[in-house]
Ligand binder design. Structure first.
Ligand code: AGP
Length: 608
């Protein structure tokens, strides 16, 4: 939450910072600000609203400087006002900083400094850090930051400039993401590495309890005692072009359309000749797999729903005792985990605080940990170590789409591989599923070719009061994800239920203004789900059916039908989720919502 950016070099500092902030807007977008040093003085510019508004303001005022830092905010402490927007400057005008995270003991620090006569101007927790620095700074930035890191509690990525050090950007990290980059005669830092791709592909991911000095000439790294150390760079294999929207009106639509390719890419090198092979990435043995009796899947939001898909699929062929847990709950519950447990953490960003804390807990309890993430080098990747990377490329839309399909692809392969190591997956099932997975990209492309029809159906329901999504068995997890997508981007209330559960309460809400999206693939649960459709129709709820091509009977129940290609029962979530993403997208578009940056949400949630 919150995006930060810093630049020192020969380019137009304001332009680099503003363009970098625009790439961070998915992390927070209620206010934005920039600060530079010009003629030995710190100058700043801030606004409520988007980076584009800040850019207009900068253009109008000819805002320029030699070195700069910027911030796009997702408010935690203090309302959304220009005054609370970052950067924050110390009362003596000597230090300016931007912050991502939460300073938990801000009140204590404020009281202590106010008692010394320091005047505070904002309601933010961040101001305590900058005022503290202003108070202790005596010309040695490193020493002042060391003191600060010993005084503050909580999470922070801080980017700091001192008025009398016009060639130096200082950064410090504990708990919030921060990446540093360097190219010839210029240095950068950002919350998200994609903001640096235009300039460099070799970066340093900051670790917790680490600080750095960024200069035109190079970067130096220190621990929180101020002792210097060497740090290897990490190479980013993403392309800067991947962060452009191209001809699409929204990143979300672009990312929905990338899914056939993403699934194909995820399978590449992991399946061949009807077999799954993850041995290049996982050094697991049959003994390991035999030892693990329990699998804990831990994640949040869409990533959590991906793990529910995995659980349902694995239950069809394996004998593991599987739990899927929301990370923010896992952390505070006493769920036994030990050497007999494989704990699998799934996180698109690799920075979600809840998931990260849960991983630390599982590790401390002796579980073997694995992470599935889209960001190589992210905090969770570095901390857990063992990883499967989803090669979906950068996902910019706040609502996850392509990373969900990449996650369920890799999770399905993982489930098969583990069961195979245990001797529980028969060769026939393996061959059948691998071959069906290879067909998924083509099937997704065929669903995408129905975009116009799905859009038309969606527009007809854009004024509904809310939605229920229902499904049974493997149709239930995509119902969860479909409802989440709709909530996130259209602000309509949507809930998913196992279809058979409706009669135990939710059915009371049904009427003609509450449509039911029924996921009803051909198979053994078809009739049961159709009964639930009939129950909904009896309460006058309009029905939108996601059904299998060739299912003529479904036409007796509704004319709002999205037909999907036939696939193996286990793989229905792959097929079902794409039309539901499009359905949510076109409803949100009809309602005039800000699709790529929905209100109140941030793509990467780095606070608990
Ligand atoms: C998905 O559309 C959401 N933006 C959100 O639920 C997200 O999946 C969740 O915050 C987890 O993020 P992560 O995968 O980066 O850990």
């Amino acid at each position: 939450m919150c995006g930060i950016m810093g630049y020192v070099g020969f380019r137009d500092t304001t332009k680099v910072i503003l363009e970098g902030l625009a790439k961070h807007e998915y992390r927070g977008y209620d206010s934005a600000g920039i600060a530079v040093i010009r003629d030995g003085r710190i100058e700043d510019l801030r606004t409520v609203g988007r980076v584009a508004q800040l850019a207009e303001k900068a253009e109008r005022s000819g805002f320029r400087g030699d070195i700069g830092i910027g911030h796009t905010r997702w408010a935690t402490h203090g309302g959304v006002t220009e005054n609370n927007a970052h950067p924050h400057i110390s009362s003596d005008g000597r230090v300016v900083l931007v912050h991502n995270g939460i300073i938990e003991n801000a009140r204590d620090i404020r009281a202590e400094l106010e008692a010394c006569g320091v005047k505070f101007h904002t309601e933010t927790d961040t101001e305590s850090a900058v005022q503290y620095l202003g108070h202790v700074y005596d010309g040695d930035p490193k020493e002042a930051i060391v003191k600060l890191t010993k005084r503050v509690r909580g999470a922070f990525a801080l980017v700091i400039i001192f008025h009398d050090k016009p060639n130096e950007i200082w950064v410090a990290r504990k708990g919030s993401p921060l990446v540093v980059g360097h190219a010839e005669n210029e240095g950068f830092c950002a919350s998200d590495p994609t903001a640096l791709l235009e300039f460099t592909h070799d970066v340093w991911f900051m670790d917790d309890d680490e600080m750095a000095l960024i200069k035109r000439e190079g970067c130096e790294f220190f621990d929180f005692n101020g002792d210097r150390h060497e740090k290897p760079t990490m190479h980013l294999d993403w392309d800067a072009a991947m962060t452009n929207r191209g001809a699409y009106p929204h990143f979300m639509l672009k990312e929905i359309h990338e899914q056939p390719e993403v699934v194909a890419h995820t399978l590449l090198g992991r399946v061949a000749e009807g077999e799954v092979d993850l041995s290049r990435e996982l050094g697991w043995t049959a003994e390991d797999a035999a030892k693990w009796k329990k699998i804990h899947f831990i994640a949040c939001g869409t990533s959590h729903y991906a793990t529910i898909v995995a659980q349902h699929i694995m239950e069809t062929f394996g004998s593991f005792e599987i739990r899927t847990e929301v990370a923010s709950e896992y952390r505070y519950r006493n769920i036994p985990a030990g050497e007999d447990t494989l704990a699998v953490f799934v996180s698109q960003s690799g920075e979600t605080a809840d998931t990260l804390h849960a991983a630390r807990l599982a590790k401390s309890r002796g579980a073997r940990c694995l992470v599935i993430t889209n960001v190589r080098g992210s905090t969770i990747h570095r901390e857990v170590g063992e990883a499967l990377i989803t090669p979906a490329g950068p996902e910019i839309g706040v609502a996850a789409t392509k990373t969900f399909t990449a996650q369920i692809t890799i999770l399905t392969l993982l489930g098969m591989y583990l069961s195979k190591l245990r001797g529980e997956l028969d060769a026939e099932t393996e061959k059948r599923l691998v071959s069906a997975m290879m067909d998924i990209p083509g099937k997704l492309a065929s669903i995408l070719s129905q975009e116009k029809d799905i859009a038309a159906t969606a527009r007809n329901f854009a004024d509904a009061r809310g939605f229920f999504f229902i499904g049974r068995g493997l149709a239930y997890p995509p119902a969860l994800e479909g409802a989440l997508k709709l909530k996130e981007i259209s602000y309509l209330h949507a809930e998913a239920y196992p279809a058979g559960e409706m009669k135990h309460g939710p059915i009371a809400l049904l009427d003609k203004e509450l449509p039911v999206v029924a996921l009803v693939p051909k198979g053994e649960l078809w009739e049961k789900t159709v009964s639930n459709i009939e129950e909904s129709m009896a309460r006058k709820s309009p029905i939108i059916a996601v059904a299998t091509e060739g299912d003529e009977e479904i036409g007796h129940y509704t004319e709002n039908i999205i037909f999907t290609p036939e696939t193996e029962t286990e793989l229905f979530p792959f097929i079902a989720v794409v039309p539901l993403q499009l359905f949510a997208y076109y409803i949100a578009r009809q309602r005039g919502c800000d699709i790529d940056m929905p209100r109140n949400l941030a793509k990467s949630v780095t606070v608990e």
